[in-house]
Design a protein around this ligand. Sequence first.
Ligand code: BGC
Length: 370
Amino acid sequence: MQLTVPRRPLRALAGLTTVVALGLAGCGSDDAEEPASGGSGKKAEKVAVLLPDTKSSTRWETQDRPLLEKAFKDAGVEATIQNAEGDKSTQQQQAEQAITNGAKVMLLTNLDSGSGAAIQANAKSQGVKVIDYDRLTLEGQTDYYVSFDNVAVGKLQGQGLVDCLEEKGAEKPAVALLNGSPTDNNATLFAQGYNSVLEPKFEAGEFVKAADQSVPEWDNQKALTIFEQMLQKENNEIDGVLAANDGLGNAAISALKQRKLDQIPVTGQDATAEGIQNILNGDQCMTVYKAIKAEADAAAKLAIALAKGEEPQGVNGKANDGKRDVPSVLLKPVTVTKENIADTVIKDNFLKREEICTGKTTAACEEAGI
Ligand code: BGC
């Protein structure tokens, strides 16, 4: 299926809302308040989408928002999309406001499990159905969870780093780990995945664990400081970085450049334009591509079914939230290296050539056949 979404500038304002579709009001109806109908004849209730922030990854505004927007619009279902800009109380207010405005289904990407669970308890008490979008709320009350197999994401990162270090012929490489936010269940799952690949290497003495730290809120600026301190402590002797996403990877790359150190294998996730450019320029060894269109479409499909009171489709697994198994849709992540950029993110129109092949990356694009 073709994927053409308008690129939008990042939204700087907290609480910004977009009404993505005014839906098709019931035939002949002049009642503007009437719920939208999504094509199957049944009227759909309103949907509210709550995104987490704009800084921990560019994905939320450049991919998730436009893709969700399109999915609901195409179905003629009214949906509002808000971004909490990293603020838990803002997200709580956005949730309350959405319910007051009549939302009956909520897609939530939490900022941590505690605030997510509070939002869900409130939603439940008002008969609103909830779908955890991308991040599972631990001990929450969500009805469904839509995400990727996040342990698999971590395994790809771990294996990607191993492959790049082996390719370089690095002997007993010193590896630094820049983990995601400790408040994000996904970061725990990613670490579970990459540690399952790296720990045996550390235990066998093939690799050395030089540093291992979490980056609060996935904050790229904090990641830069943390990685600078790691380099300082290790006398610059770090041979590879397991960075949990492209933003953290880019922070490590910036610190290496500031110190004029050689390029070393650095991992990532999200296949952001910056991450792909870093790969093409030899600064990053891999990223993990998560087809967010598939994630957005699966979540929208579930939400639309719930909004119409229909049986949800697509559930293919379950995820334990610490208290119970949540019916889930879990998608498959893909490794991206220089070799398959053209066949993955470009082919899927996830990123456009023009977003990547600019300035100093132009020549590398040609070499890579992009
Ligand atoms: C998402 C990643 C993202 C990170 C920071 C995680 O929960 O799965 O795609 O890079 O949050 O926003």
